[in-house]
Write a protein that binds this ligand. Structure first.
Ligand code: IVH
Length: 683
């Protein structure tokens, strides 16, 4: 007596009904995208089935519970296809599609219009599903067309794959069904986002993602990927007679297989081309990627007559859209300097044709991107050029590495002018801060002369371009070397306009430090920061060779300003330019310098060093000192006026004594402010 014989008929019946129902609902949901019950109801039925199966140990071969739970494999077994899985010949233009039609008519020795089917060409992975007496028993990848890999357990996790052939009539004895596994573009993007977060290598495109998901040794991983299937063909078959491609697709749909999102049957090549156009025009409306349209002779008798070449049938052709991607090798990596000084890396490739256009270079966006994608010189890379988007490197094909690839590090010198470059902490951008950088000079001079800057009327974009292209202005100081005669030789200048410009330049020589600091275009120094610097530094020269620490003590100046100002005033060539301008008559006054205006403040001219723990946070105390005109400092010297000592003072206390610096408490500081101001503290 077998186990199943002991199972009450009632239970068997219920199990059979549940399997039937659940498979039907799965079909409604995953194939038709039109569910008729809620997810909760589905889950309830599924749990009931699982419970009955466990209790009775009676599991039908098409039970939905058999989609999941297979253990990971060590490797994929090889599967020989009963009928080879052919590939398709390509047509890259409508003319080539017409050629295909002519060829067919010639081979068939007929003038009559041929009936064709046209369907989208899915950009996924071809697979074969083998059914015996209606039950799915094996599925395999295409492989080389003759031998593929056994991916049965992975394919079973795809919910739209029928485990059993349903529908009217008896299922064929044997049938191999062919189709494409693919993934939606949205899902591909989600997947890559997750992989990026986990630091895993990205998939180059949806096809890669679908193929990678099917060629997974652990079916549990495949199950999490939302894979789809579209069935468009058959291989070996016993017990089924079909007349045409259109009839086949109808049969597949009735048997509950997912079929192509569209398929049209038309007479003659003009109608074919109209459908091809329609598919091409609506390419972006599909939720998945298609890379062309497949045109097939509809009638199976004609297909038979036409036969196959070595690897492709004569009765079908793939019209390929322009590709978005190509593979090539990186020959070199360089930096290019933009008009704002940002240095952007770019790759030089072995030229590759993508979408009909030769691509030989592409931006690499920034230095972090090179690191993140692990791009090296000599690497084979996937390059994308979609629509109007500039070409970019999608990923490195790591399998192609030979070990001879070379890493590329951030340049230390500006590729346009050789000056030292700067990278701010936490920033991805690398910049050239030189005033002489030819890549930036025009932009900088336009800013220099603008109304908010030196306000040189007549030195706008057009004239700067003209003067630069004639070699009359190559550096800032050249502005002050211009003479009327030089201008008169230029096409755009007459006596009056030349005179006016020279006059405007002359006038601009008399300026203020705040205006000049803004005009010279130091990174992060806008009008406000320029004024702040002017308030704190009496002269331009006071900023020469400055350190970021000397700036950061200015209350409103952040680290960014401090480091970029310091980088600017530590560049020798920049200082040379400033000096040349002064020699040429630049006259900078500084009415903003605070010495005169805040002389009344109680702590003016006094310096303070803090040691130990004070009743208020140190920053707050420093702010208080500054607000009242004093200067907080961390360096204790004989010049320090006061040491403010809190609890548990450090070695500074002893040092102050030996230097003869007066030590006071926090309360004494407050008193000092009150005494010297003659009015209560300003808070
Ligand atoms: S029919 C003998 N129809 O394209 C004809 N193939 O480049 C077999 N493909 O290996 C294929 N969508 O993976 C056919 N609607 C479609 C298709 C399609 C995508 C793939 C298939 C095939 C490859 C050939």
């Amino acid at each position: 007596m077998t186990i199943s014989e002991k199972i009450p008929e009632q239970i068997k019946k219920e199990i059979a009904q549940l399997v039937k129902d659940l498979n039907y609902h799965c079909y409604r949901y995953y194939v038709l995208d039109a569910p008729v019950i809620s997810d909760t109801e589905y889950d309830r039925e599924y749990r009931r089935l699982k419970e009955l199966e466990e209790k009775s140990n009676y599991i039908l071969p098409d039970s939905p519970t058999l989609r999941v739970g297979a253990p990971p494999l060590e490797k994929f077994e090889k599967v020989k296809h009963t009928e080879p899985m052919l590939s398709l010949d390509n047509a890259f233009s409508h003319d080539e599609v017409r050629e295909f039609d002519k060829r067919i008519k010639r081979l068939l020795d007929s003038d009559r219009e041929i009936e064709y089917t046209v369907e989208p060409k899915y950009d996924g992975l071809a697979i074969e599903l083998s059914y015996r007496n209606g039950l799915l028993y094996k599925s395999s990848t295409r492989g080389d067309g003759y031998v593929g890999e056994d991916v049965t357990w992975n394919i079973r996790t795809i919910k739209s794959v029928p485990l059993k052939i349903e529908g009217q009539g008896k299922a064929p004895e044997e049938i191999d069904i062919r189709g494409e596994v693919f993934i939606d573009i949205d899902e591909f993007e989600n997947l890559n986002k997750q992989r990026e977060e986990k630091g895993e290598p990205l998939f180059a495109n949806p096809r890669n993602a679908a193929a990678g998901s099917i060629r997974q040794l652990d079916p549990a991983v495949t199950m999490l990927r939302k894979l789809h299937l579209a069935c468009y063909g058959i291989g070996a078959v016993k017990g089924l007679r079909l007349k045409s491609q259109a009839e086949l697709v109808n049969w597949l749909a009735e048997a509950r297989f997912p079929t192509p999102a569209m398929m049209k049957t038309v007479q003659g090549i003009d109608a074919v081309i109209a459908v091809v156009r329609e598919i091409e025009d609506t390419r972006g409306d599909f939720t998945f990627e298609i890379d062309g349209a497949v045109i097939k002779v509809n009638d199976f008798v004609l297909q038979q007559k036409l036969g196959v070449k070595t690897r492709e049938p004569r009765w079908a052709i793939a019209y390929k859209f322009e590709a978005h991607q190509g593979t090539t090798k990186i020959r070199e990596i360089h930096g290019s300097v933009g008009r704002t000084g940002v240095i952007t890396p770019f790759a030089v490739f072995e030229p590759v044709k993508i979408g009909g256009v030769m691509v030989s270079r592409s931006t690499l966006h920034n230095w972090d991107e090179i690191k993140r994608k692990d791009i090296k010189i000599g690497d084979t890379v996937v390059v994308e050029r979609a629509g109007d988007v500039i070409p970019h490197v999608v990923m490195v094909v790591k399998e192609e590495r030979t070990g001879r690839e070379k890493s590329f590090s951030i340049p230390e010198k500006c590729p346009a002018c050789g000056s030292t470059v700067m990278r701010e902490e936490g920033e991805v951008a690398v910049r050239c801060v030189s005033l002489h950088c030819p890549a930036q000079i025009q932009e900088k001079i336009i800013h220099f002369a603008s109304r908010g800057g030196m306000d040189i009327e007549g030195l706008g974009e057009k004239n700067v371009e003209l003067l630069y292209s004639r070699g009359l202005i190559q550096r800032f100081e050249d502005i002050y070397r211009l003479e009327k005669e030089n201008l008169l030789e230029l096409p755009r200048f007459a006596e009056k306009s030349a005179h006016n410009l020279i006059d405007a330049i002359e006038k601009s020589k008399h300026t203020t430090l705040a205006k000049f600091l803004f005009a010279i275009g130091i990174l992060h120094v806008g009008e406000y920061a320029a004024k702040l610097l002017a308030k704190n530094f009496r002269t331009l020269e006071a900023l020469y060779h400055i350190s970021p620490e000397e700036i950061i003590h200015i209350k409103q100046a952040g680290e960014k300003i401090a480091s970029s100002v310091a980088a600017f005033f530590n560049d020798k060539k920049n200082l040379q330019t400033l000096n040349s301008m002064i020699e040429l008559g630049l006259d900078i006054k500084n009415p903003d310098f605070a010495a005169g205006t805040d002389a009344h403040l109680p702590l003016k001219g006094l310096s303070f060093v803090i040691t130990g723990t004070l009743p208020k946070p140190r920053k707050e105390v420093e702010g208080l000192i500054e607000k009242h005109g004093g200067r907080p400092s961390s360096a204790l010297s004989a010049k320090t006026n006061f040491l403010i000592a809190g609890e548990e003072p450090g070695s500074k206390l002893l040092k102050a004594k030996s230097l003869g610096v007066r030590t006071i408490s926090y309360t004494e500081l407050l008193k000092l402010i009150e005494e010297r101001s003659g009015h209560p503290r300003l808070f």
